[in-house]
Design a protein around this ligand. Sequence first.
Ligand SMILES: Cc1cc2nc3c(=O)[nH]c(=O)nc-3n(C[C@H](O)[C@H](O)[C@H](O)COP(=O)(O)OP(=O)(O)OC[C@H]3O[C@@H](n4cnc5c(N)ncnc54)[C@H](O)[C@@H]3O)c2cc1C
Length: 415
Amino acid sequence: MTKTDILIIGGGPVGLNAAYYLLKSGRSVTLLDQASIGVGNASGNAGQIVPSHIIPLAAPGVIPSALKWLLDPQNSPFGMKISLEPGYLAWLLRFALACSAENVRRGIPPLKELGLLSVRNFARLIAEENFACSYQTTGLLCLYRTSAGFDEGQKEAETLLRNGLPAKVLDKAAVHEQEPSALPGVLGGVHFSGDASLNPGRFLQLLTERVREMGADLRPNTPATRLESAGGKITRVIALREEFEPSQVVLAAGVWSPLVARDLRLNLPVQPARGYSLTISAPTSMPRYALVFGERKVAVTPMGEKLRFTGRLEIGAMGRAPNLHWIAAIERAAREYITLDKKLDIQETWAGLRPTTPDGLPILGFSLRHSNLILATGHAMLGLTLGPGTGQIVAELANGVEPAFDLHPLGVERF
Ligand SMILES: Cc1cc2nc3c(=O)[nH]c(=O)nc-3n(C[C@H](O)[C@H](O)[C@H](O)COP(=O)(O)OP(=O)(O)OC[C@H]3O[C@@H](n4cnc5c(N)ncnc54)[C@H](O)[C@@H]3O)c2cc1C
C-alpha cells in the first residue's frame, strides 16, 4: 500500500492542469493514466482556447438542427449512436429537456468565469514556463456563407457583448481584408478577439515535462481499476499493480469517469461525443486566424508549420478509430470556405472523445458522498480551454480555499 497526498486519475488536459496548480500550491501529486500522460482526447484536437463559448451545448434550437443534419448522411456535422441502453436513453432525455433558455441562463455565468480564469492562466503559464507551442492570441474568426448562418453568428455576438465579452461583426469586405484565405463565397464573419489557439499535443507534452520537474510522480499505463470508500471517504485506489491510500483524489478521467467511479454509486452522466481531425503540412495559402466555418461546424487552426481541421460530434460513440468518410467530409467543408491546394499533404488523421454531460456544463466540485473526492470531468468541447481554470479551482478546493465564483451550477448534485 502506497500512502500519497493527492492522487489524480487521468492525465489529459484537466488532470495535468490540476497537477500543475496543486504542485504550485505546495501539494504532492501522484498522477495515474491508463495510457500515456499528456495525450488524452486532446492531443489531436483543434487547439482553440475559446472563452467566447459561453452558451452551453444544450440550448434552444439544438434538437431541430440536429434532426435536420441527421437527414444529410454525407455531410452532417452531427451523428448519434442508436442504442436502447437505459443510461444512454436517460442521458438523451435529459439533454432534450436541458435544451432550454433556462439552461442557457444558468450555464453562462460559470462558463464565462471559468473561461476567463482559464484564458488568464494560459497566458501566465505559457509566459512563465516559456512554452513554445504555437500559442497565438489573435482571436477566433467565424466565417459564414449564408445569410441564415451569418444571422446566427450575429445573434451569438450580441449575446457575448451583453455578457461583457468581445465580439465584432465583420461585413464581407472586412472579413476578406482580415482573412485573405477566405473564398469569395464567404459573406461575413464574427471576430472573437478574446480567444486564442495553440498546438494542444505540444502544450500537453510540455506541461507533462514541467509537472514531472516540479516533482509529480507520473504513472503512465497504470489504470485505476477500483475505488474503495468507507466512512464518507475514498480509502483506497486500486491500480494495475499497486494500491494507493491517498489523502485526496481527483477524478479527471474524461469519458471513462463514470466507469472509474462505478463502485461509488455516484451519478455521473457523461457520454462520449466523438470528433475527428485532419492535420496537413502548411498549405500554400495559410489562414491567418484560427477559424470556424459557421454552417459546417468545422474548426481550422494554424499550428506553426501545420494546419489542423476538426469536426463532427457523434453522441454515444466510444471507439477512437478515425473514420475516413467523415474526415473527407471535413475536408470538403473546408474547401467551401478557404483556398486550399488541390492535393493536401496529410500528416495525421485522428479521433477523440469529448466527455459530455446532458446540460453541457462540466462537473466540478466535491463528491457529495466522499469528502476527499474532487470531480473534474464533463468538459465536452472545452476541456483544453477550461483546463487551466479547472486546475486552479481543483487546487483551491483541495486546499480549502473558497473559489472566486459560485461553483453550484457545476456541482454533481444537479444530477
Ligand atoms: C475533434 C475534437 C476537437 C476538439 N477541439 C477542442 C478545442 O479546440 N478546444 C477545447 O477546449 N477542447 C476541444 N476538444 C475537447 C477536448 O479535447 C476535451 O474536452 C478534453 O480532452 C477533455 O479533457 P479531460 O482531461 O477531461 O479528458 P481526456 O482528454 O479524455 O483525458 C482523460 C484521461 O484519463 C485517462 N483515464 C481514463 N480512465 C482511466 C483509468 N481508469 N485510470 C487512469 N487513467 C484513466 C485517459 O487515458 C485519458 O488520458 C476537442 C475534442 C475533439 C474530439
